[in-house]
Design a binder for this molecule. Structure first.
Ligand SMILES: Cc1cc2nc3c(=O)[nH]c(=O)nc-3n(C[C@H](O)[C@H](O)[C@H](O)COP(=O)(O)OP(=O)(O)OC[C@H]3O[C@@H](n4cnc5c(N)ncnc54)[C@H](O)[C@@H]3O)c2cc1C
Length: 272
């Protein structure tokens, strides 16, 4: 089995601030991390590898420093990592990003057919959750999004069944292989990287694929191939603290009556 995991380098959003004057992200001094959902995709690939035997390839599209997230994937036990990097890829939106990633997966399939593509459910910076479905559409394979559990994978029948995390319920879906999954954090618990894998990761140099390495149409890359434009980024106004009606535990009727009075005076509900 050949599994490809797509990983993205993102700014650590715990530390991202928005400049109130320019309305742009202040990235200076902000550390970069692997997208938190993607590391669960890597972990799931490793669990499948342990169960069925597989070769696992991690890919990322980004600037040269994005190779850091590939080393993180290697530290989890991934076999091979490829950095897709070229000036022509800069400024790509989800359309152009998923195009390049899909072409890279096509190329990998020529070396060894790809059975499963794993992505995070979304990136914590762009947040669109479009790249996974974009790749699946281009590769013309089934897409199973928001996957919280793989029920089974049958390599002989070429079939997979998963549980999708929906609001308040789970949806059980079956698909044929090859398929693309986007995963939530519920899918597994992360394990610590082993010492030999950490050593391997420290020394590992990912393969570099640029636009010449892939079969790509120039007009579908980077800013030229990206119809999306971010017009403005702004921090939502800070919320004022809520009001707590005291005494609810001792006298719930009185507290409820007070709440109803407040809702009527603030015209949230109508008076009888
Ligand atoms: C601050 C900011 C400004 C931006 N401005 C513009 C702009 O002006 N014009 C424009 O066209 N676009 C802009 N973008 C979009 C940017 O290019 C997207 O971040 C990118 O296309 C991926 O989309 P996403 O982050 O929503 O990923 P999602 O679709 O949320 O990611 C889902 C999953 O896909 C995979 N994935 C996503 N990206 C990659 C990758 N690069 N390599 C490997 N796997 C990946 C990961 O598994 C990830 O978990 C901007 C983004 C940000 C954060």
């Amino acid at each position: 089995m050949h599994i490809v995991v797509c990983v993205k380098q993102v700014p650590d959003t715990m530390e991202v601030r928005i400049d109130p004057k320019t309305n742009t992200l202040v990235r200076a001094g902000v550390p970069s991390i692997i997208n938190p959902y993607d590391i669960h995709a890597v972990e799931e690939a490793m669990r499948l590898k342990e169960k069925f035997g597989a070769s696992v390839t991690a890919i990322t599209m980004g600037p040269p420093q994005a190779e850091e997230v590939l080393r993180k994937a290697i530290s989890f036990g991934v076999d091979k990592a490829i950095l897709l990097s070229d000036r022509a890829f800069a400024g790509s939106d989800t359309l152009a990003t998923s195009y390049v990633l899909a072409q890279a997966i096509r190329k990998l399939s020529e070396e060894q057919p790809v059975d499963l593509v794993l992505c995070g459910k979304q990136a914590i910076d762009g947040d669109t959750a479009q790249v996974g479905p974009g790749i699946a559409t281009r590769l013309n394979i089934p897409q199973l999004t928001y996957v919280m559990k793989i029920d089974y994978l049958d390599l002989e029948k070429r079939e997979i069944q998963v549980q999708r995390k929906l609001e308040g319920e789970r949806e059980i879906v079956k698909a044929t292989l090859p398929a693309l999954l986007t995963v939530t954090k519920d899918i597994n618990e992360l394990r610590y990287a082993s010492f030999p894998n950490l050593l391997r990761a420290a020394r590992y140099r990912p393969l570099l694929w640029n636009k010449e390495s892939l079969l790509l149409e120039e007009g579908r890359l980077g800013i030229k191939g990206s119809p999306t434009a971010v017009r403005r980024i702004f921090a939502p106004p800070e919320r004022e603290g809520g009001e707590i009606i005291p005494g609810g535990m001792d006298n719930p009727e009185k507290a409820a009556a007070e709440l109803v009075d407040k809702l009527i005076t603030t015209k949230i509900i109508a008076d009888r």
